[in-house]
Write a new protein. Structure first.
Length: 145
């Protein structure tokens, strides 16, 4: 009986420690400053951006008088305080302009990673999720460039 109680207590302690680590990691990733995408994902997004987005939003993601920018102040002005889920939904439903809804969920996440990378948000060790629900928890903070 004593071994069982000891084993149970050790298991509970281990689970509590794991939950604490999860909460710390989650807190770090609760905004775009927390390293929410990988460099490899941003590179995939850069290639896709050139094919699907650059003609309208510009090679430098700065947009123009009509098309909104996806980097720097143009991006921050439109998206700061909103979630990556909001951005994901916007891209999924309305982009590219001539073929809206044609991007896969993974392509949309890759494009967001490229947008974040261009604005100097730090990369992390895990790809950005390809689901709006998961991205709703990540807030967009001030752009870094």
């Amino acid at each position: 009986m004593t071994k069982t109680v000891t084993a149970l207590m050790a298991t509970c302690a281990l689970l509590a420690a794991a939950a604490g680590v999860h909460n710390v990691l989650y807190a770090q990733a609760a905004s775009t400053s927390g390293g929410v995408y990988t460099d490899a994902q941003a590179q995939r997004g850069a290639a896709l951006y050139k094919e699907q987005c650059a003609a309208c939003h510009g090679e430098d993601l700065k947009g123009n008088d009509i098309i909104p920018g996806l980097a720097g102040q143009g991006f921050t002005g439109n998206w700061q305080g909103k979630s990556l889920g909001d951005l994901y939904d916007k891209i999924q439903m309305t982009m590219p302009a001539l073929n809206p809804g044609s991007l896969t969920p993974e392509q949309t996440a890759d494009l967001i990673a490229h947008i974040l990378s261009t604005s100097k948000y730090p990369a992390g060790t895990t790809d950005l999720a390809a689901k709006a629900e998961a991205l709703q928890q990540i807030k967009i903070d001030a752009a870094k460039n």
